[in-house]
Design a protein. Structure first.
Length: 124
């Protein structure tokens, strides 16, 4: 199993933020990606699909219980059309937070990137 950490890019109030290159997507099954020390309600993921003819499915894994009391509602799966980007989130910690304090996710293809954005306090 391979775990790829995705670092936050923090947004600041009243200023601009340089958009990073992003982290190449990881295909799920046994491999996944995560944002450690997640602040789910202040975080969203920007997922780009660079393929020119295939949609991808991006899956945010349900958390574990505890702390995610509503983890039983299942994973969040979002289709990202080919050649586009999609913003996913913010997230509810009681559905998606893992006991290690991370949010876990993976993709159906490696043709794309993900950026984890963190909103400043008082914005969510």
């Amino acid at each position: 199993m391979t775990v790829t950490d995705v670092a936050y890019t923090a947004l600041a109030k009243n200023t601009g933020t340089l958009v990073p290159a992003g982290t190449t997507l990881v295909v799920g099954a046994t491999d996944y990606m995560r944002v450690v020390n997640a602040a789910p309600e202040r975080m969203f993921l920007e997922v780009s699909n660079t393929d020119d003819d295939t949609n991808l499915t991006f899956t945010v894994l349900a958390g574990d219980y505890p702390p995610a009391l509503r983890a039983g509602q299942g994973n969040l799966a979002v289709t990202v059309a080919f050649g586009t980007s999609q913003m996913i989130g913010p997230f509810e910690s009681d559905k998606y937070l893992q006991s290690d304090g991370a949010i876990h996710f993976y993709s159906s293809t490696i043709t794309g990137k993900v950026i984890a954005w963190k909103l400043p306090r008082g914005s969510a």
